[in-house]
Design a protein around this ligand. Structure first.
Ligand code: MG
Ligand code: MG
Length: 253
């Protein structure tokens, strides 16, 4: 069942989402050569708790950390550790925060110092593919419309779509129904209704879209070690479109 959120629930989801957005803004200046992902994780956890929230991912199905930090060819679910970021790296940071039982979920990929043209390309077009997907959202549209738009955009830019991982509904659980794939066919899948809240999160690759899972059972990496980027917003379906919940409070981001 896909739940329809009340106005009050959407307000709580927006507060949680805004804390996720603020955490991204807070972390960004720290994403530099020399910092470890564990240090970023501590900064994020302290910040989220200082805002009256709890980290959504810590303890979720046994995940050990506040952030998912995925470097270069790592796609998602990287566990913060003692590795230092290096000039030229790209790092996808996925953040979840819970406010009064309601979650926000948003990922962004960051450049560490000067990055290659390939890295710039995968970042730019994965971010654009997120907004191409979001544009499809309105009451009466199908979930498949979102994935089809992202897949078409990725194919037009010669990028791979990771298919094993998908977006999802968001509410009192960080992962709810429905699945929101980054591929699909228009006119298929559940129909969107006002009050649904979903996270759209394209994960694109510069090479093969095939993935492998590390022995830690979490970190997912491209099979051919090609670069990957990940951008995600949690959004509410509105009367005539969608509203980003994991942005600033003026709703413009
Ligand atoms: Mg996420
Ligand atoms: Mg998500």
């Amino acid at each position: 069942m896909i739940s329809i959120k009340s106005e009050r629930e959407i307000e709580l989801l927006r507060i949680a989402g805004n804390v996720v957005y603020q955490t991204h803004c807070y972390l960004k200046p720290f994403v530099k050569a020399g910092i470890t992902t564990k240090e970023l994780d501590k900064l994020a956890e302290d910040f989220i708790r200082s805002r009256g929230c709890t980290p959504s991912f810590k303890g979720y199905e046994g995940f050990p950390s506040t952030l998912c930090t995925s470097i270069n060819s790592e796609v998602v679910h990287g566990i913060p550790d003692n590795r230092k970021l290096k000039n030229g790296d790209i790092i996808s940071i996925d953040i979840g925060a819970c406010y009064k039982g309601y979650h926000g979920d948003s990922a962004w990929t960051y450049a560490v110092g000067e990055i290659s043209d390939d890295a710039k390309y995968i970042m730019e077009h994965t971010e654009k593919s997120l907004f191409v997907g979001l544009k499809e959202i309105k009451p009466g549209a199908h979930i498949g419309d979102i994935g089809a738009a992202i897949e078409e955009y990725a194919e037009a830019h010669n990028l791979g779509v990771v298919k094993e991982l998908v977006g999802h509904g968001v509410g009192t659980n960080v992962h709810e129904e429905p699945d929101v794939p980054n591929y699909g066919e228009r006119g298929t899948g559940p129909i969107l209704k006002e009050g649904m809240v979903i996270a759209v999160e394209p994960m694109l690759t510069l090479g093969s879209p095939e993935i492998v899972i590390w022995d830690n059972d979490w970190t997912i990496e491209t099979e051919d070690y090609s670069l990957s980027a990940h951008y995600e917003h949690t959004v509410a379906v509105t009367k005539d479109g969608y509203k980003i919940l994991t942005g600033g409070l003026n709703g413009k981001e």
